[in-house]
Design a protein around this ligand. Structure first.
Ligand code: 26Y
Length: 817
């Protein structure tokens, strides 16, 4: 591998230029005079990728090093965002690339815009996986991200007449220069069929699985560069294909149509990402997807084990699998199947090995998000795994019976099989029982996991529960997407913060009162806001004023996240303006962004309401001199690049106890926005770090939410007893935002006045009052700037580097390199 180092390409401007031209000629295959911007993008991407490949080879060596434990991060979603800009930053070649581009007469920003982002995730959970890969690599922990190469990722969102319209995400349309297909790395995956008992040579009873189908998974690798450390990890995504054997069989019988049908079915498995976060009715295809990528990944890990010259006994020391929610938790049954059925390991030994190898991260407490599969569906696709789960369950429950004699209710509660009514497999129970460690994603969330959703399991094994508060990577979320702020910070405290956020960023504190620094800080924010205003004007013809307060809520649209609470406050301001009670109203621009699950009717209606309010205000000069409302279509990582850096105020207003952590809250705060937020998820820890005085807290806490629900919550009374709130709701109902249509928003209003499951009305007054404090604070420029600086300075804890160190120390027992 030292030989390889010598052929590595150089990073001088001249060498980069030559390399780009070379790729243009030999890979794009055009003469530069006919070049499109996308052609240039491809040439630059190949040149940059080449500069990762030499490190790739030496990094593969580390994966072969049998003394290093590898982290296998199993996730159905990886929301990586565009690769090119990030790779340039992490390779440390931004200056040279910029110059090379200039000399070639191409505009680097335009080139970067060409990249179609791989949207292989829904939101927080998928983006967290991407931040973690960045940190794992930056910390030199050998890691493989295992997932699915969806042909179509999360849909593109368009807004027509105020409604969300979904467009298929054809991200592979123009080719993908970042992936390297490994045709020789492929594994068979069985599905369906039945099981059969038999007696082995030694007279032991064994089971084999006789599947109905077999498909094949092919590896597509994407290099993940660490920050300026010559280290590469890989994201290995599986694409499903037909197996040769199956279509040959059909051809033999002359069944051409059947053979092609088989191929189509096989390719369906990795076709499309399910666009739901939070709730999903158990779909056959989704379970097949989960099993498909897990099976390929485990087979791959066993191959690597062999490559290292290790035996199955060494598995828990050679690899640790992190389950990103329950989506890959079938891995527990699959490893048991491989060990017991195929490698003939005895059950107890296999179980010990499995538990040592897996750890499980829970990302939600919402009951509708806890995955469960109906027994018949499960049996139909994974008959052998169901038997294995029964065996795991029966051994587990007999332990519980011994420990808590006569406590039948506890048995019912803890069983992997839910038997109240129709029967289901509860994946969170499988994941918990089959792992040596379980973690929540913020202090509050972990506490609620222990006290509530997984309470019985916590009582059984308190030492298996950990908190790992989420984090985000400062490389992408500050340095790449807020270069002005990054330079200003580096000017004052040096550059080490980029990899040492927790220790170094705090040094900014000493500049919080420095008036010239404050001015520079405001200048950065103002320029970022101006950029966003230009972009919204250019793309959508929207008119927003960079001198107004930018009040932003971007995240998936969901009732528990309460975008409609934000909307109610806007209507409150609207009423005040119309009634000429404009005292204390600070000019604001309300910016929303986020996708609704295509089948989530109320979420889509919330989008419509926001757009309806926006349009009404646009047409009313009396109001729009004070406030504007815009909905930024198709919020994704690429668009996020322009949003977080431009925010003055970050909206984190979920019902307390519902948002497991949030990560957008971190991105905003570390880019200088102040937060208006509830006592929920990581908001609490953010507030502890930045200081109560620098955070706008409002509303009920999780305990109060629980209490009020237990004692009977009556939203209609809240509405009747609050004139201001009543006016707001009545105005929606009157058709003021819907051209007189009094029906359109009824479902939303009925939900709020009926049972208001997320306590929007309960928190309304506290929210409006708190927003009034925000307005007052914003009018004091110096004080606001100081709060903004302190927010950034004190956000060091929320680097994903810190999260990954926590995982290494407490869960994986791996030492960063
Ligand atoms: C079961 C299936 C429909 C499903 C698919 C995706 C269920 C859930 C999800 C995604 C969940 C998700 O994104 N959860 C978020 O994870 C973030 C990272 O931990 C948290 O910050 C955030 O609070 C949580 O909602």
């Amino acid at each position: 591998s030292t030989d390889v180092m010598h052929i590595g390409p150089g990073n001088s401007v001249a060498e980069l230029k030559e390399s780009i031209l070379g790729h243009f000629c030999f890979d794009v295959g055009k003469s530069p005079e006919y070049a499109t911007l996308h052609d240039w993008y491809m040439a630059v991407a190949y040149s940059v990728r080449e500069r990762m490949m030499e490190h790739w080879v030496s990094s593969l060596e580390r994966i072969r090093d049998k003394h290093q434990k590898i982290v296998g991060y199993l996730s159905a979603e990886f929301l990586m965002g565009p690769h090119l800009g990030n790779a340039i930053i992490n390779l440390g070649i931004e200056q040279q690339i910029k110059e090379a581009a200039e000399q070639l007469n191409i505009n680097l920003d335009e080139i970067l815009q060409q990249e179609e982002e791989p949207g292989l995730g829904n939101g927080g959970l998928g983006r967290l996986a991407a931040c973690y890969l960045d940190s794992l690599t930056t910390l030199k922990v050998p890691a493989i991200g295992y997932g699915i190469r969806y042909e179509f990722g999360i849909f593109d969102q368009m807004i027509r007449d105020g409604w969300q319209v979904e467009i298929t995400d054809k991200w592979l349309r123009n080719g993908n220069p970042w992936e390297i297909v490994k045709p020789e790395l492929n594994y068979g995956v069985k599905l369906g069929g039945k099981t059969q008992g038999y007696t082995d040579e030694k007279g032991g009873y064994r089971v084999k699985w006789i599947p109905e189908y077999e498909i094949r998974g092919v590896a597509y690798d994407t290099p993940v560069p660490g920050y300026k450390n010559e280290t590469i990890n890989l994201l290995r995504l599986w694409k499903s294909e037909a197996t040769e054997s199956f279509d040959f069989q059909a051809f033999d019988k002359g069944d051409y149509y059947g053979a092609v049908h088989e191929k189509v079915f096989s390719e369906t498995i990795s076709k499309v990402l399910y666009p739901n976060d939070v709730s999903e009715a158990g779909k056959k295809l989704r379970l097949s997807q989960q099993y498909f990528f897990v099976s390929c990944s485990l087979q791959d890990a066993l191959r690597i084990l062999e490559l290292r010259g290790l035996s199955l006994d060494d598995l828990p020391d050679a690899v640790t699998f992190q389950l990103n929610d329950t989506h890959p938790s079938i891995a527990i049954a699959e490893l048991m199947r491989l060990l017991v059925d195929e490698y003939m390991v005895d059950w107890d030994k296999a179980w010990e090995c499995t538990r040592k190898t897996f750890a499980y991260t829970n990302h939600t407490l919402l009951p509708e998000a806890l995955e469960k599969w109906s027994l018949p569906l499960f049996a139909h696709i994974l008959p052998r795994h169901l038997e294995i789960i029964y065996e795991i369950n029966s051994r587990f429950l007999s332990d519980i019976r011994n420990k808590y004699p006569g406590d039948d209710d506890r048995i019912r509660r803890m069983s992997i099989i839910d038997e109240q009514g129709s029967k289901y497999v509860r994946m969170a129970h499988l994941a918990t029982i089959g792992s040596h460690a379980v973690n929540g994603v913020s202090a509050l969330h972990t506490e609620l996991l222990k006290q509530d959703v997984l309470h019985d399991f916590y009582e059984l094994q308190p030492d298996a529960f950990f908190n790992v508060t989420n984090g985000v990577t400062p490389r992408r979320w500050i340095k790449l997407y807020n270069p002005r702020l990054a330079s200003l910070i580096s000017d004052r405290i040096g550059e080490r913060w980029i990899t040492h956020l927790e220790t170094d960023l705090i040094n900014l504190q000493s500049f919080a009162d420095d008036l010239s620094f404050q001015q520079a800080w405001r200048d950065v924010k103002k320029q970022n806001k101006t950029d966003l205003a230009h972009l919204l004007k250019q793309r959508f013809g929207m008119n927003i004023n960079p001198d107004s307060l930018f009040d932003i809520q971007v995240k998936r649209i969901h009732e528990y996240k309460r975008q409609h609470l934000n909307a109610l406050h806007i209507i409150h301001l609207y009423n005040r303006i119309k009634q000429k009670r404009t005292d204390g109203i600070t000019p604001r621009t309300f910016i929303f962004g986020g996708k609704a699950a295509p089948a989530y009717y109320l979420a889509k209606l919330i989008i419509k309401l926001i757009n309806a309010i926006g349009e009404t205000i646009d047409n009313d000069p009396e109001v729009n001199q004070f406030i504007r409302v815009v909905f930024f279509p198709d919020f994704n990582v690429k668009n996020g690049a322009h949003v977080y850096k431009a925010a003055d105020l970050s909206e984190q207003i979920s019902t307390a106890g519902k948002e497991a952590s949030g990560t957008g809250n971190m991105k905003f705060s570390m880019n200088g926005a102040l937060t208006i937020g509830t006592y929920d998820g990581a908001n609490i820890e953010i507030m502890e770090c930045v200081g109560e005085d620098n955070f706008f807290l409002f509303g009920l806490d999780a305990a109060e939410v629980k209490a009020i629900k237990q004692n009977g919550y009556h939203p209609y009374d809240v509405y009747n007893n609050n004139n201001d709130l009543k006016e707001v709701i009545d105005l929606i109902q009157s058709g003021a935002f819907s051209k007189g249509d009094t029906n359109i928003f009824k479902p939303l209003i009925n939900s709020l006045l009926g049972d208001d499951p997320y306590l929007v009305l309960q928190d309304y007054q506290a929210y409006v009052d708190c927003q009034q404090r925000v307005s007052a604070a914003y009018n004091n420029e110096q004080a606001w700037t100081k709060m903004s600086i302190l927010n950034v300075a004190r956000m060091g804890k929320f680097s994903s580097d810190r999260s990954i160190r926590d995982y290494c120390e407490n869960i994986w027992h791996v030492t960063p390199g």
